[in-house]
Design a protein around this ligand. Sequence first.
Ligand SMILES: Cc1cc2nc3c(=O)[nH]c(=O)nc-3n(C[C@H](O)[C@H](O)[C@H](O)COP(=O)(O)OP(=O)(O)OC[C@H]3O[C@@H](n4cnc5c(N)ncnc54)[C@H](O)[C@@H]3O)c2cc1C
Length: 368
Amino acid sequence: MQPDVIIIGGGVIGAACAYFLAGRGVKVLVLERSHLGAGASGTTAAIVSISGSSGTPEALRPLNVEGYHLILKIAQEFDRSLEIIHGGMLYAAMNDREADEIRPFYEEIRQMGIDCKLMNPDEARQFEPLLGPAIRAALYNPACYHVNPFRLVQGYLDVAMRQGARIECGVEVREITTSNGRVEQVVTDKGAYQADWVVVAGGAHTSGLLSSSLGLRIPIVPARGQVILTEACRRMTEHVIMFLNHLYVRQTASGNFYLGSHTEFVGFENRITLEKITAFTQFFTRAVPMLGRLRALRFFAGFRPVCDDNLPVIGPVPGCPNLLVASGHGRAGMRFSASTGKSVSEMIVDGRTEHPMEAFSPGRFAQG
Ligand SMILES: Cc1cc2nc3c(=O)[nH]c(=O)nc-3n(C[C@H](O)[C@H](O)[C@H](O)COP(=O)(O)OP(=O)(O)OC[C@H]3O[C@@H](n4cnc5c(N)ncnc54)[C@H](O)[C@@H]3O)c2cc1C
């Protein structure tokens, strides 16, 4: 049976789109070239917060607040626990300059109605005993939790499948063809598919697919993040500890520590570099000394889909209204997954959205 909507990509964004569309009675087919969560969504720290480590652009705030609450609500429909750890985020300043940097951030979070707390070094170490003596100041934001990212992707899709969605893994989309300003076919290595609507949620590969198929310029590039996963141990903290050099640590529900990740623009070079791993271990053993005694189990890297203006790309492609893009969420795709999926479903089903979406339109690049 022909689907109403084909979603290209079985990452968290494609999965969230499938969840909301299927919930509105739309027949959905998800095409994933590898396995679910094969892209950035399978390597992510899966931290969901109101306001991120470098602030949240004004245009994104409604989606941020909505997405934060929606994930918690939707998780109640999942068959398996999302392994939510609701411990808040502790921004840790390691020198006086960083201590100055977190003050304006404190104001920004308070303006969003969140009761956050600034701490001096003694208060910070009392609050989070894992912190080492080098800490200079800290800011606690309680509006933050972290989850198991595979469970989030699978959870969205399990619910979508209960409502009739289909998923085909191992199907690579090679081309999207159009005719008279409408999508005609989605051509794959397993044959061609047709639908009334197509949503491209290919993560960092979105740009390549759209430019090779349609000559369309959507400036989303891969931004590598490297990760160290330690052995599991007894629960030591529920906080996400976030440093201002974009390194952070969280302890997963199974007890492993996830240490990441910096941002590197090196194309799709899927390597773990000694340079980064050395920098991480040197930093973390000073900042959170206990980590130095743990065994490292795994090293891996993921590619965030980063758009050159640091805003996601959500909406119809200019000149082809039934072809939508849902990508470019950079460092915050987990955080924005539910609100993106909901907005895409509104675009397709209602023809309008609850929140303003103009700032995220693919058309903004055609104008530039
Ligand atoms: C190290 C790291 C840490 C992160 N931490 C956080 C965090 O704490 N909080 C947060 O909110 N975000 C975080 N992010 C960002 C977040 O993970 C991403 O923004 C999000 O996963 C992007 O999801 P996506 O579905 O757009 O892309 P992806 O997860 O990359 O999914 C795209 C999918 O499309 C498939 N695909 C691509 N091309 C084709 C094709 N031609 N045919 C068929 N299938 C195709 C791919 O195989 C892939 O499975 C982090 C990312 C990284 C790398």
